[in-house]
Ligand binder design. Structure first.
Ligand code: ADP
Length: 351
């Protein structure tokens, strides 16, 4: 498909360049031939006038054939030959232009289409990854219901257990679709509309409050410390972003450990750091953890199916939307620190 589109675009480039080049050549040919005829005509008039005034010869000689004017005038064959040579040269120039423009057009078409092709590839990969992630829990759900349906001696207690499992599967499916929708919304610049002055301390307090029940279930203590500083942004999105980092810190840490969240100012920025004492991230995984659907093997084995590898890509998109950056440092079995950097809103000076 990419190749076909490239050829089509090259043809269009070529067609446009050829239209311009042929029109120019036609104009140049017309102007030059007109000037040649005009020059010959004027020369003829000049000779005739000089002959009449006897400026050229006091006694004009008699040519062997024709008149003396014809003898002295420009040879029309030479003029026609010059015109013909001009025609051939212009055709040759146009052929050279076709060749050069074709090659350049092909390169240019490739460059023009590359970002579109990359975007389509990414879209295709995303759809295929999303379908794959959705299919696994759906298949599990379907087969557990089919097995239950086939069972003749099905007790109410067993039915309850299966329904509980199914609800858990539905919950994870719901989380996945919520995350997919969130990603789509950010990609459509959904957050930017709601930007306002947001206090980072409030953002952190809200995130800690919302994650507290999950931390309590894992017997993990959360310590938070934050400066009161304002940034411009979408407070819901920033809270969601902190929750993603806190949720991961809890998910990938052993019980009875502490997760720290803090915010400090650095020049014109505020740095929000989420630090845990968990399993850590392999050096080879670090460049990929912000990619969609990426999960490190260590995460898969520790947390079974509690994530789809979308949290960090959502967090990264939110932070980039806020003109900030997100980075990580980690060491295996010691823990990880995620740092978000956001530009501070400067207080307006009174006049
Ligand atoms: P998931 O839902 O799998 O947690 P994320 O996008 O949030 O997806 O994270 C991507 C991967 O990054 C995780 O699967 C895990 O391997 C790694 N990761 C993220 N945060 C941490 C952390 N605090 N400690 C260890 N690994 C982490």
């Amino acid at each position: 498909m990419f190749h076909n589109a490239r050829i089509k675009l090259t043809s269009w480039y070529l067609l446009i360049i050829m239209c311009i080049s042929v029109s120019f050549s036609a104009v140049i040919y017309r102007v030059l031939t007109f000037e040649m005829d005009r020059f010959a005509q004027r020369q003829q008039v000049r000779i005739e006038r000089q002959l009449e005034n006897r400026e050229l010869f006091p006694e004009p000689p008699k040519p062997v054939s024709g008149t003396i004017q014809q003898f002295l005038a420009f040879d029309p064959d030479i003029i026609n030959e010059t015109k013909h040579r001009l025609q051939i040269q212009l055709i040759a120039i146009n052929i050279a232009i076709v060749g050069i423009a074709g090659a350049l057009g092909y390169v240019l078409a490739g460059k023009t289409l590359k970002p579109i092709a990359d975007m389509l590839d990414e879209q295709r990969r995303f759809v295929s990854d999303a379908s794959h992630e959705l299919r696994t829990p759906l298949t599990a759900l379907k087969s557990s219901m089919e097995v239950a349906l086939r069972d003749q001696q099905f007790t109410t207690e067993e039915a309850r257990t299966i329904m509980k499992d199914n609800i858990q599967d539905v919950n994870t499916l719901q989380k996945l679709t919520d995350q997919l929708l969130e990603l789509a919304r950010i990609e459509m610049n959904g957050h930017k509309k709601h930007y306002q002055v947001v206090n980072i301390r409030t953002v952190i307090d809200q995130a800690v409050k919302r994650i507290a029940p999950i931390a309590a279930r894992q017997a993990i203590n959360i310590e938070s410390q934050s400066v009161s500083i304002a940034v411009l942004g979408d407070s819901t999105a920033l809270v969601d972003c902190c929750i993603v980092l806190l949720d991961n810190a809890i998910k990938y840490s052993p019980k009875h450990t502490t997760v720290h969240i803090s915010a400090i100012t650095r020049g014109n920025d505020v740095n929000i750091a989420v630090r845990d004492h968990g399993i850590g991230i392999n050096e080879t995984d670090i460049p990929h953890i912000f990619d969609r659907f990426y999960r490190a093997d260590s995460a898969r084995s520790k947390t079974k199916t509690t994530g789809y590898g979308l949290g960090l890509s959502i967090a990264k998109k939110i932070i980039e939307e806020h003109s900030g950056t997100i980075s990580v440092t980690s060491s295996i079995r010691k823990g990880s620190t995620f740092i978000i950097t956001l530009p501070i809103v400067k207080p307006r000076r009174e006049a």
